[in-house]
Design a protein around this ligand. Structure first.
Ligand code: AMP
Length: 488
C-alpha cells in the first residue's frame, strides 16, 4: 500500500480519528480524505496536462496536509514553502521550479469545499512526490526531488523499526513543513493512523504557552532536532511528569550531543532515545541507533547508527568517490539505494556533481565526513562550507553570494562562531568598496542587514559584520579562512 492508500484506509476505518492538531484547530482523517479528493479534482480540471510542481505556502494550518495529499492525488509533486521567506527568494524558487500555482491555506480551503469522486491511481515509484528546496553554495537554493519510491522506502523502514502502535501514537511536529525532518513525523503519523501535533512559531516564542501545550498534548513520539530538545531542557519541568505518555525521542538533522542524551535519559527514564542521520537528498534519514546506556558508556561521541535495510552506506577516500576506505578510516559518506533522490530540479549540473550510480542504485555523495566502527556510522563534520545552525542547513556560500550581490560589497566570507563545537551565531567578513570601516559603523551594518533580509531568511543573517581592507591570503592565493576564524 502506498501512503495515499494508507491514509484512505484510515479515513474508511476511523473517519473521526484526529489526523492533525494545530492550536485550536483539528482535522479528522475523514475530512482529510474528502477535502484532499476535492482539491485533487479541482486541480485536475484546472491544470489539465500541466504536471509542474504546485507550491504550498503556509505554516501549521491543517490545510497544509490537505494540500500536500490533494496535490499528490492530482498527479503532481508539492513544494512546501514557508511564508517567512523573503519575497525575492520565494520568487527565485518559484521560477526555478516553474511553479504554475501557489496554494495558500485560504485557497486550499476554497478549492477543497465541494464533494468530488476521484478515481484513485496507485502511485508509481518514479512519480515525484515532493520537492524541498535547501540552501545552495552559490546563493541559489536547490530543489531536491523526492519520489513516491524514495518516501515508500523510508517509511517502510521507519514503521518496521519503530513498531508504532496503530491509531495509538501522537507525534510532535516541530520542524516546519519546508524542512525534511517534518516528513518523518507527518508521514509516520498518517501511515499509522496517528495524530500529528504541530507546535507553531508563536508557541516556540512563548515558553509558558509552549510547556502548557506540551502538557496537554498526550505526545507519545517526539520528533525534533536536538537543538529544540536542548531548548526545552532549559525548563526544569520538562520531563516525564509533563509528558507521561512519551515513549520515544527521534532525532535527526544535526549532532546529538552526549550531554543532551544524558539529560533526556534522566528526565525521561522510560522513553527511548534514537539518533538518526541523513540528508534531504536521501529522504530524511537512512541510519539509526537507539542511544542506550551501553552506547553512552562505550562512545564519547555518539554514533548516528546502522544503515537502513536495502540501502548501502559506505565511506570513500576524499576526492575519489570510487574507492571505499578500510573500515574505521574516515572519509566521505556515500549513500546508495531507493531512498536517494533522482537529483536537483532543473539543475543537471549540480545533479551530475553530487549524484551517481552504484551497483544499479542511485548514489549520493553527501559531503559529510564519517567513519564506521563496530558496524556503527559516526558523523565527523563536513568536508565543505555547509553548516547546521539551530537545525537549519546553511551553505555559507549562499550567504556570501547574496552579500556580494549587494551593491557596494566587493567580497564576503561568512564563518560560524562556535562554542563547544556548536554554532552559536554567524559572522560576516566584508570587503566593501569603501574599504575597511570599524564595526561600530552601525548605520552601515543596519543597511547591510536590511539588504540581506530582503534576500535571505532571518536565520541566515549574520550577527556580526566585520569590515576589512582585504582578506588574508593562503600561500596558494585563496582567502585564508582559518586566519579569519582566529580573528573571531
Ligand atoms: P538536511 O538536508 O537539512 O537534513 O541536512 C543534512 C545534513 O545534516 C547531513 O548531511 C549532515 O551534515 C547533518 N546531519 C543529519 N543528521 C545528523 C546527525 N544525526 N548527526 C550529525 N549530523 C547530522
Amino acid at each position: 500500500m502506498d501512503i495515499i492508500q494508507q491514509v484512505d484506509r484510515w479515513a474508511r476505518v476511523a473517519p473521526q480519528a484526529v489526523a492533525h492538531v494545530s492550536g485550536q484547530r483539528q482535522l479528522t482523517y475523514g475530512e482529510l480524505r474528502e477535502r484532499s479528493d476535492a482539491l485533487a479534482a479541482h486541480l485536475a480540471q484546472r491544470l489539465k496536462n500541466d504536471f509542474s510542481p504546485i507550491a504550498v505556502l503556509g505554516h501549521r494550518e491543517p490545510e497544509m496536509l490537505i494540500a500536500f495529499l490533494g496535490v499528490v492525488k492530482s498527479g503532481r509533486p508539492y513544494l512546501p514553502l514557508d511564508p517567512l521567506l523573503p519575497r525575492r527568494r520565494l520568487h527565485r524558487i518559484l521560477n526555478t521550479a516553474r511553479v504554475q500555482l501557489v496554494l495558500t491555506p485560504a485557497e486550499t480551503a476554497a478549492f477543497s469545499g465541494s464533494r468530488a469522486e476521484l478515481p484513485l491511481k496507485a502511485l508509481r515509484n518514479d512519480d515525484p512526490f515532493y520537492i524541498l528546496f535547501t540552501s545552495g553554495s552559490t546563493g541559489e537554493p536547490k530543489g531536491v526531488i523526492i519520489t513516491a519510491g524514495c518516501l515508500h522506502h523510508f517509511l517502510t523502514w521507519m514503521l518496521m523499526e519503530q513498531q508504532f502502535i496503530e491509531s495509538g501514537e501522537i507525534f510532535l511536529n516541530q520542524a516546519p513543513f519546508s524542512f525534511d525532518l517534518s516528513v518523518m513525523d507527518l508521514y509516520c503519523s498518517l501511515a499509522t493512523g496517528g495524530t500529528l501535533f504541530s507546535i507553531g512559531r508563536d508557541l516556540v516564542a512563548n515558553p509558558k504557552q509552549l510547556y502548557l501545550a506540551l502538557s496537554n498534548s498526550g505526545l507519545t513520539t517526539w520528533v525534533s532536532t536536538p537543538s529544540f530538545a536542548q531548548l526545552c531542557l532549559a525548563e526544569r519541568k520538562f520531563g516525564q511528569d509533563m509528558l507521561p505518555r512519551l515513549r520515544r525521542f527521534l532525532f535527526c538533522g544535526e549532532t546529538l550531543a552526549r550531554e543532551t542524551a544524558e539529560r533526556l535519559r534522566q528526565r525521561f527514564p522510560t522513553a527511548q532515545i534514537w539518533n538518526t542521520y541523513g540528508p534531504t537528498e536521501a529522504t530524511v534519514a537512512c541510519t539509526s541507533v537507539q542511544i542506550t546506556d551501553a552506547i553512552l558508556e562505550n562512545y564519547s561521541a555518539l554514533p548516528v547508527g546502522r544503515p537502513m535495510p536495502g540501502t548501502a552506506i559506505f565511506v570513500t577516500g576524499e576526492g575519489d568517490h570510487a574507492r571505499p576506505v578500510p573500515l574505521g578510516t574516515p572519509g566521505e559518506i556515500i549513500i546508495a539505494g531507493p531512498n536517494v533522490s533522482p537529483g536537483y530540479l532543473a539543475r543537471p549540473d549540480l545533479t551530475a556533481r553530487a549524484f551517481s550510480e552504484d551497483n544499479g542504485q542511485r548514489a549520493y555523495c553527501t559531503g559529510d565526513r564519517g567513519r564506521f566502527s563496530d558496524g556503527l556510522l559516526f558523523f565527523e563534520g563536513r568536508m565543505d562550507h555547509q553548516i547546521k545552525f539551530n537545525g537549519y542547513r546553511i551553505e555559507l556560500g549562499d550567504i556570501e553570494g547574496n552579500l556580494r550581490a549587494i551593491s557596494g560589497i566587493h567580497d564576503a566570507i561568512v564563518l560560524p562562531v562556535t562554542k563547544q563545537g556548536r554554532t552559536t551565531s554567524l559572522a560576516a567578513f566584508v570587503v566593501s568598496d569603501n574599504g575597511a570601516e570599524c564595526e561600530s559603523a552601525s548605520k552601515r551594518v543596519d543597511d547591510l542587514r536590511q539588504a540581506l533580509g530582503e534576500r535571505l531568511p532571518a536565520y541566515m543573517i549574520p550577527r556580526r559584520f566585520i569590515f576589512l581592507e582585504a582578506f588574508p591570503m593562503t600561500p596558494n592565493g585563496k582567502a585564508d579562512r582559518s586566519r579569519l576564524t582566529a580573528l573571531l
